[in-house]
Design a protein around this ligand. Structure first.
Ligand SMILES: *[C@@H]1O[C@H](CO)[C@@H](O)[C@H](O)[C@H]1NC(C)=O
Ligand SMILES: *[C@@H]1O[C@H](CO)[C@@H](O)[C@H](O)[C@H]1NC(C)=O
Ligand SMILES: *[C@@H]1O[C@H](CO)[C@@H](O)[C@H](O)[C@H]1NC(C)=O
Length: 504
C-alpha cells in the first residue's frame, strides 16, 4: 500500500485509477494548496471546472470540465462554445478546494495593457496539445498577459516551506521579465528581497543565468532570478528547452532547490539544492502568499511562455514525491497537435489574400512603397508592380518552433516578410532575430465568418490577434480591445480572407 500509493489510487468502485499529481503530493505529506490546469484534472477524483472561457460574440461564459473524473479537459465543449467567434480564458480554477483561482491580473508596480490597467487574458486556442491522444488547450501567455490571486489561502507565508511544479512549453519564452508561476506579493508591488518564491522560465539575464544561452528554470525570489547559490551565473543550471518541460522550485528555512525534466519522458534532475542566497532579505524569506501566472511579482508583463498545468504545496516535498509527480506527467503523454485548420496552404506556393467584408471584396493585402501593409483594389488589369505587391510566397513559419504555422514572403522583395510591429502589419527584412521570426509567423485557421472556403490568419505569438483590415490598413487585431482597430463590429468578416492564387 505505502509503496504503491505514490503511483496508484484505489477509488470507491474498487477500480484502480492512476493518481493525479496532487494525490501524489498528498501521499507524500505535502498536499497541494493550489492546483491549476487547463489540460487535465490534477486529482484522480476531480470532476469540477478546470477553467472558464468567455466568447467574443455575446460575452457569454462557460466552464470547461474534465471528460471524466481525473481526466483530460473537454476541449470539444470549448470548440463548440467558441465556434465562429473568439474565446479568452477568464478563470483558471483551483482544483484543491481552497478557491485559489487565477483571474485577470490587476495593475501593480507595472500597469497592464487593458484600459483599466489590468493585464490581457489569454486566447483559449493559443496552445493546443494532446494528452494520451485527447485534445486539450494550455495557456499561451503573450507579453501583456497575466493571471493572479492576491487573496490566496493556505499558501506559504514568511519562511514557511512550500513546493511547486509547472509543465511549460520549453520553446516559448523570451528574455524579458518575468514568466513566473508561484508565490508573490499580495500588493502587486515589489516589496523587497525574499517576498516571492516562484518558478521562472526564460532567458532573462538581468539578474541570474545558467549555463549556455538558456532558456533556464530559475527561482524568482524578488529582485533576483536565482539559478543557484549566488546571484549571477551558476553553470550547474543547464539550458532546458524540451517542447514539454517540467519545472520545480521548492523552499524551506535556509534551503531551496531547482529541478527540471523533459515532461514527455525521463526523470527530474536537480539543478540546485542548498542554502539560501547570502544577499540580504533571502534568509529568512518573507513570502506573502499571492499566486501569479505569466508575470512578475510587481506585475512586470513583458515576458511570454506557455503553462499547461502546475500546483503549489504546503510543506517541502521530498525529491521522491516530485519524482512520482514527474512519472505521472510523463504518463499523461503530452504531445503536440496542429495549430492550423481550414483550407490548407502549400509551402512554396504564391498566394493572394482577398478581403471578404462586403463592399471591400475587390481589395487584397498588399504592401506599399513605404513597407506598410494595406488593402488595395487589385485586378487582372492592375499594374505588374501592384500585382507583385499583392502577392505572397508561403513559407514554413520562421518562428514558433515546429508549430506548423507559416510565414508570408514578399513576391517582389525576397527576404522580406509580412510581420506585425506595434500590432500594425508591415513588410520587414528578416534580420534573423527570434523576435522577427515570431512576429512573422501566422497560423491560418477555419474562418471566423463560418465560410469553409475562407481562412482567418492569427498571429503565432499573439493568438488573441488576427490579420485584419481596418480603414484599409492591416493590423493584428483583437476582438474588442483597447485599439480602434480592435473594434468588435465587423470583426469576423474583417479577419476572414480568401486565400487564392497569387497575381504574380
Ligand atoms: C463550427 O461551425 C462550422 C460551420 O458552421 C461547422 O462546420 C463546424 O462543425 C462547427 N464546429 C463545432 C466544433 O461545432
Ligand atoms: C503606405 O501606407 C501607410 C498606411 O496607410 C501610409 O501611412 C503611407 O503613407 C503609405 N505610403 C505610401 C508611399 O503611400
Ligand atoms: C457559423 O457561421 C456559419 C456561417 O455564418 C453559420 O452557418 C453557422 O450556423 C455558424 N455556426 C454556429 C455554431 O454558430
Amino acid at each position: 500500500m505505502c509503496s504503491r500509493v505514490l503511483a496508484l489510487g484505489l477509488v470507491a468502485t474498487g477500480v484502480l485509477v492512476a493518481a493525479g499529481p496532487c494525490d501524489i503530493y498528498a501521499s507524500g505529506g505535502t498536499p497541494c494548496i493550489a492546483a491549476h490546469s487547463t489540460t487535465r484534472a490534477l486529482y484522480s477524483s476531480y470532476n469540477g471546472a478546470l477553467y472558464q472561457v468567455q466568447r467574443g460574440s455575446d460575452k457569454a461564459k462557460t466552464d470547461i470540465k474534465p471528460l471524466s473524473a481525473g481526466g483530460v479537459a473537454n476541449a470539444a465543449a470549448q470548440d463548440s462554445f467558441c465556434n465562429n467567434t473568439t474565446c479568452l480564458i477568464t478563470i483558471i480554477y483551483d482544483q484543491s478546494g481552497r478557491g485559489n483561482h487565477l483571474t485577470q491580473a490587476p495593475p501593480g508596480g507595472f500597469k497592464g495593457p487593458e484600459a483599466n490597467g489590468y493585464d490581457n487574458l489569454a486566447s483559449a486556442i493559443g496552445a493546443p496539445v494532446t494528452l494520451n491522444g485527447q485534445k486539450a488547450y494550455g495557456v499561451f501567455v503573450s507579453p501583456g498577459t497575466g493571471y493572479r490571486n492576491n487573496a490566496a489561502s493556505g499558501t506559504a507565508k514568511g519562511d514557511e516551506p512550500e513546493g511547486m511544479y509547472a509543465v511549460l512549453d520549453g520553446t516559448h519564452y523570451n528574455q524579458y521579465c518575468c514568466f513566473d508561476y508561484g508565490n508573490a506579493e499580495t500588493s502587486s508591488l515589489d516589496t523587497g528581497n525574499g517576498h516571492m518564491e516562484a518558478i521562472y522560465f526564460g532567458d532573462c539575464t538581468s539578474w541570474g543565468s545558467g549555463a549556455g544561452s538558456g532558456p533556464w528554470i530559475m527561482a524568482d525570489l524578488e529582485n533576483g532570478l536565482f539559478s543557484g547559490l549566488s546571484s549571477g551565473k551558476n553553470t550547474n543550471d543547464p539550458p532546458i528547452s524540451y517542447r514539454f518541460t517540467t519545472a520545480v522550485v521548492k523552499g524551506r528555512p535556509n534551503q531551496w532547490a531547482i529541478r527540471g525534466a523533459n515532461a514527455a519522458s525521463g526523470s527530474l534532475s536537480t539543478f540546485y539544492s542548498g542554502v539560501r542566497p547570502s544577499a540580504s532579505g533571502y534568509n529568512p524569506m518573507s513570502k506573502e502568499g499571492a499566486i501569479i501566472l505569466g508575470i512578475g511579482g510587481d506585475n512586470s508583463i513583458s515576458a511570454q511562455g506557455t503553462f499547461y498545468e502546475g500546483a503549489m504545496t504546503s510543506g517541502y516535498p521530498s525529491d521522491a514525491t516530485e519524482n512520482a509527480v514527474q512519472a505521472n506527467i510523463v504518463a499523461a503523454k503530452y504531445a503536440t497537435t496542429s495549430l492550423t485548420s481550414g483550407p490548407s496552404l502549400t509551402v512554396g506556393s504564391s498566394v493572394s489574400l482577398r478581403v471578404t467584408t462586403s463592399s471591400y471584396t475587390d481589395r487584397y493585402l498588399a504592401h506599399n512603397s513605404s513597407s506598410a501593409i494595406i488593402t488595395q483594389a487589385v485586378s487582372a488589369s492592375s499594374s505588374s508592380t501592384l500585382k507583385q505587391q499583392a502577392t505572397w510566397i508561403v513559407r514554413t513559419g520562421l518562428g514558433g518552433g515546429n508549430s506548423g504555422c507559416f510565414s508570408f514572403e514578399s513576391r517582389d522583395t525576397p527576404g522580406s516578410y509580412m510581420r506585425h510591429y506595434d500590432f500594425a502589419l508591415r513588410l520587414g527584412t528578416n534580420d534573423g532575430t527570434k523576435q522577427f521570426a515570431e512576429d512573422a509567423t501566422f497560423c491560418p485557421q477555419t474562418a471566423l465568418n463560418g465560410l469553409s472556403a475562407d481562412s482567418s490568419i492569427r498571429s503565432w505569438n499573439y493568438p488573441t490577434r488576427y490579420v485584419r483590415h481596418y480603414a484599409n490598413v492591416a493590423y493584428v487585431a483583437g476582438n474588442g480591445g483597447v485599439h480602434m482597430f480592435d473594434a468588435a463590429a465587423s470583426f469576423n468578416d474583417d479577419v476572414s480572407w480568401v486565400v487564392a492564387s497569387g497575381f504574380a
